[in-house]
Design a protein around this ligand. Sequence first.
Ligand SMILES: [Zn+2]
Length: 345
Amino acid sequence: MPGARSAPLPVTGACRRPDSAPVTCSRLGADRHGARRPGRARPSARWLLLLATLGAPAPAAAGLGVVATTPDYGALARAVGGAAVEVTVLAKPTEDPHFVDARPSHVVTLHRADVLIESGAGLETGWLPPLVEGARNVKVQPGALGRILGSDGIQLLDVPATLDRSQGDVHGQGNPHFLMDPLNARAVAGRMAEAFCALDPGSCTAYRTNLSRFQTALDERMKLWTARLAPFRGRDLVTYHNTWRYFGTRFGLVTDTFLEPKPGIPPSPPHLEHVIGKMKAAAMRVVLVEPYQSRKTAEVVAAHAGATVVDVCQFPGGLPASDDDYLALIGANVEAIARGLAGGP
Ligand SMILES: [Zn+2]
């Protein structure tokens, strides 16, 4: 793109939510870290009035009523639960999981849930607690049998020496994007099966059979994915947000260059200048961008550095033919990244 090489570094573009009208940097900063976003609001009188009309939580019509915060957990729950569960996902695959907009329907969904599956490790800190509080459902309160925390037992990466959110870093407890490592997803699916068995012993055989099928398929795909990315071991991936650390660690790719100066902080022109210089010096050729991030910013950086933008996603449904299918999603990401690193389309 010779014409794009001379494009200025984005200023307003870097501060634009892809799914909304442009906002100023300071406004976005306030949105991302302040208390004005809907996801950070306390349950409103309207929600509470809504709940008053619902009465006590009722058991699901058949099997377990499972609510997952994000589509990756939803896909794993469906793979393990099969016909014995009814899964609802709160966040869309095209939403930033750190900043999901809370809706009254979420409170109603949680009010009726038997199980709530969340990532934990701070991923949903900004939006989930008031929804659960508003739902008034003892089955999914913190510590309840029906509350499944994906991060339990996961070795988190990027854990800071001290917890510090003062500058808006949304990874204050460590990196919560651990499901991008398929072996972490394998372990989480196993814990889901055990939790489902404890809550619904009558379907335990089915849960364990489903789990075995999922894990066998994952193990087979792991061999293919590892082989596909093996030629690129040690190569750099520039990423918008620090989403790909676990993926890179698993497959031998380096992911320590980000368009965000800190996780959750919008890119600034001085930071992007630094990134472009680093990319040129180390011949980094691929910039990953996800659906809810500014593709325009990624394109301008890539154009200045002689790199290519590659569309990826951490959630099933965010890439073509990946609806509700964790393995298809990882496969699509692997293929897109391999092609990008090979210099192809
Ligand atoms: Zn993050």
